[in-house]
Design a protein around this ligand. Structure first.
Ligand SMILES: [Zn+2]
Length: 296
């Protein structure tokens, strides 16, 4: 939907929008760029919880560099964007507007930065991810760093997931083989036509992953370990923008219908594809568990 829809103030568009001076007027840039900005703005506002108000009067597109090597800015109900337009930058500047115009508190350790950003900037960095990627985060994971709290906080702002993301998909891990190994080191998987090779610490096991039966492989190729490509979906590890501390990873399913979160990673988990299925191998209870993912 385009500018007309954005200016219509229908449905979920917010109270402030009812005033004509709060219908954002996009100036500068090409019609295509203006359209991209309007679409991104609308997408974000439609998912904002109704009790929050935001009023942006003007969105100005410029091909001149903005100060401080930023790609956008927000001041006085005006958003400045450097072209070309990145939707995430549109979201970011709107997030500044949302925070300021609703007096949302950014006090507390959630909004601490380890690179000296002010809390309002930490808020906007987390908030810009709330629209799409935060829904793939799912629930908290045991190894999540503190910095992920900001993502959960800003996700609470938005009531509805992006409809490109297939939420509510059922995900089930089917374990098929357990290999005793009390090591702690990384796991490497090589994939052959008739089985896989699992290498870890001093261990090397060749097996049919579906039955666990031993095999002799001749054509094994080492998997990258972080993606499994199948004919109907890709499963991979998605890295979230770290707000603070180490990176946050989740397992993600990506098919024609969209994206779905698949939950927390296991210890030393590796992904690989075999027999057109997505598989994981990981450490658990002094052993390496091998199994595949059923996503429906
Ligand atoms: Zn900012």
């Amino acid at each position: 939907m385009g500018r007309a829809a954005l200016a219509s103030c229908g449905g979920l568009i917010l109270a402030g929008c009812a005033a004509s001076d709060c219908e954002p007027k996009v100036r500068g840039g090409s019609p295509t760029q203006a359209q991209a900005v309007s679409s991104a703005s609308e997408e974000l506002l439609e998912r904002l919880k109704p009790h929050l108000n935001v009023c942006v009067r003007k969105i100005r597109l410029t091909d001149k560099p903005l100060p401080n090597e930023t790609m956008g800015g927000y001041r006085g109900k005006t958003i400045w964007l450097e072209v070309p337009i990145w939707p995430i930058v549109v979201y970011h500047e709107y997030c500044h507007a949302i925070q300021r115009q609703n007096d949302l508190s950014v006090q507390g350790s959630v909004w601490d930065s380890d690179v000296g950003d002010p809390p309002t900037e930490v808020f906007a960095l987390a908030c810009e991810q709330a629209l799409i990627s935060s829904f793939l985060l799912g629930d908290r994971c045991p190894d999540d760093p503190d910095g992920v709290d900001a993502l959960f906080e800003t996700r609470e702002l938005f009531a509805y997931p992006n409809d490109e993301i297939a939420v509510g998909r059922s995900v089930e891990f089917i374990p098929t083989a357990i290999i005793a190994d009390d090591g702690m080191g990384p796991i490497e998987i090589a994939v052959a036509s008739n089985g896989i090779v699992v290498v870890a610490d001093g261990l090397r096991v060749e097996l049919d992953p579906m039955t666990g039966a031993p095999v002799n492989t001749t054509d094994a190729e080492v998997s990258n370990g972080y993606s499994a490509i199948t004919s109907n979906a890709d499963v991979y590890f998605l890295q979230f923008l770290p707000i603070r501390g180490p990176n946050t990873l989740r397992r993600i399913w990506s098919g024609d219908e969209g994206l779905a979160g698949m939950g927390c990673l296991e210890e030393q988990e590796r992904l690989f594809s075999w027999a057109d299925l997505a598989w994981s191998a990981f450490r658990k209870n002094d052993s390496i568990t091998v199994g595949w993912w059923r996503v429906e």
